[in-house]
Design a binder for this molecule. Structure first.
Ligand SMILES: O=C(O)C1=C[C@@H](OP(=O)(O)O)[C@@H](O)[C@H](O)C1
Ligand SMILES: C=C(OP(=O)(O)O)C(=O)O
Length: 432
């Protein structure tokens, strides 16, 4: 499917934020690791959350669902001995389940997105699983990956955190089920540290005890624990909503996004502060972000690691700022669905933006007068590239054509419908 994004000067209306992808994957996992029956209200429905649902079902969880909830009966630490799992293009789902798979004798994670997830590195987690006595076959740290587990050992473990926080989260989900106590030391650095807070939050809700140091670099996890079955309610999703808010910021708008909790632990909640710092007229009360955009954006400097999945949307807003913006500490964007620095900036340049890259920085020389557009964009299999380029297309002179825009469904299948409901001129055309 291609998205034909046309210049749009005004956006107006109200959007009910999509449900959080990152909470849905977590609650599905802890529901599967529990021995009883849990209920998850308002789960996300996207390719990534579907991937987690499919895989935990393959591993033996029993799932029933209706329009508002998923009821899941878990397998505890005794997953079914499947031989193959397909996580689609979902990095977090793959990494979280690589540890769960250590309870199975022989599982292969297949490589269905060789150009996207198939290129992402998982060596840091493979290394820790090997420390636990698990045999892992892999292709240079990449998919396909075969885990030959059975009885993983706890004890003293290390994991590197400078590529992704997902490796640490994965171990935090699995180690409480081991016979031995575990101690995890995070080596080098911990990127996307803030999202580990979401992992610790859901573990605590399920009655799991984890002793974490204040800097989140050391953990003591008692073994022989079990996940309690509980009821969970999924909150609205900040990473996806960040693109809607950016679209409202770069147009003349009066847009409300509902279900965005002020006290959420999602790091991407910072997008509200980033837009505020960029001079965007907005309020955030009672779970509603209300943007009254007037197309004026002021440049700023931001540590993007605090809001990793919203960086591309904030960069899209900065494309139209007065002055030069800098998003620093973002090197791990290179290891996501595509290289979100080089690949993304190449597409932005085609659209007419003035951007520069460093190894761990994105620099944007703003163009308040707008960009020319009128070109075709490669989505690089990346939902966040698609969402961000759509924002740029709305404020361009000639619009943009985004190829393979169906990949938006990885996290936000209703993105274009939501944008169109507030007046965005976007046409969706199938590509054969
Ligand atoms: O734990 C999670 O659910 C996620 C962690 C982040 O990845 P990194 O830790 O690789 O930055 C984020 O980008 C991803 O969308 C989801
Ligand atoms: C990077 C993302 O997801 P994942 O790492 O789970 O593929 C994302 O949602 O932007």
């Amino acid at each position: 499917m291609k998205a034909i994004v046309k210049p749009t000067a005004h956006l107006q209306g109200e959007i009910n934020a999509l449900s959080s992808k990152n909470y849905t994957t977590r609650y599905l996992l802890i529901g599967a690791l529990a021995d009883g029956t849990s209920t998850i209200y308002y789960p996300a429905h996207s390719e990534d959350s579907d991937a987690m649902r499919r895989c935990v079902r393959d591993l033996g969880a029993i799932i029933e669902e209706d329009d508002e909830k998923i009821v899941i009966t878990g397998f505890g630490k005794n997953p079914k001995h499947v031989s193959e799992l397909n996580v689609g293009n979902a990095g977090a789902v793959l990494r979280f389940l690589m540890s769960t798979a250590a309870f199975c004798p022989d599982v292969t994670f297949v490589n269905t997105y060789p150009e996207s997830l198939g290129k992402r590195p998982h060596d840091d987690l493979i290394d820790t699983l090997q420390q636990m006595g698990v045999e892992v076959q892999h292709s240079n740290g990449r998919l396909p990956i075969t885990i030959k587990g059975g009885q993983p050992r706890g004890g003293k473990l290390t994991v590197s955190g400078n590529v992704s926080s997902q490796f640490l989260s994965s171990l935090l989900f699995m180690t409480p089920l081991l016979e031995e106590d575990s101690e995890i030391e995070v080596l080098h650095d911990l990127k996307s540290k803030i999202i580990v807070g979401q992992t610790l939050e859901v573990l605590e809700q399920a009655g799991i005890i984890v002793h974490a140091s204040e800097d989140l670099m050391h953990y003591r996890i008692p073994g022989r624990q079990s996940y309690q079955a509980k009821e969970y309610v999924i909150q609205g999703d900040y990473p996806g909503s960040a693109a809607i808010l950016a679209a409202a910021a770069v147009t003349n708008s009066d847009v409300r996004v509902l279900r965005l909790e002020e006290n959420s632990k999602q790091g991407e909640k910072a997008c509200v502060d980033v837009l505020r710092a960029m001079g965007v007229n907005l309020t955030h009360d009672n779970g509603v972000v209300h943007v009254k955009g007037n197309q004026k954006i002021i440049a700023g400097e931001f540590d993007g690691d605090h809001f990793t999945d919203a960086v591309l949307a904030m960069v899209a807003a900065a494309v139209f700022a007065e002055g030069t913006s800098r998003f620093y500490n973002v090197e791990n964007l290179r290891y996501k669905e595509c290289d979100r620095i080089t690949d993304y900036l190449n597409e932005l340049r085609k659209a007419g933006a003035d951007v520069e890259e460093r190894q761990s920085e994105i620099i944007v020389h703003g163009k308040p007068q707008g960009v020319t557009g009128g070109v075709e964009i490669n989505a690089h299999f990346d939902h966040r590239v698609i969402m961000a380029l759509t924002v740029v297309g709305l404020r361009s002179e000639k619009g943009l054509i985004i190829h393979d825009a169906h990949h938006v469904a990885k996290s936000y299948p209703q993105y274009f419908d939501h944008l169109r409901s507030i007046g965005a001129q976007v046409e969706l055309v199938s590509e054969t």
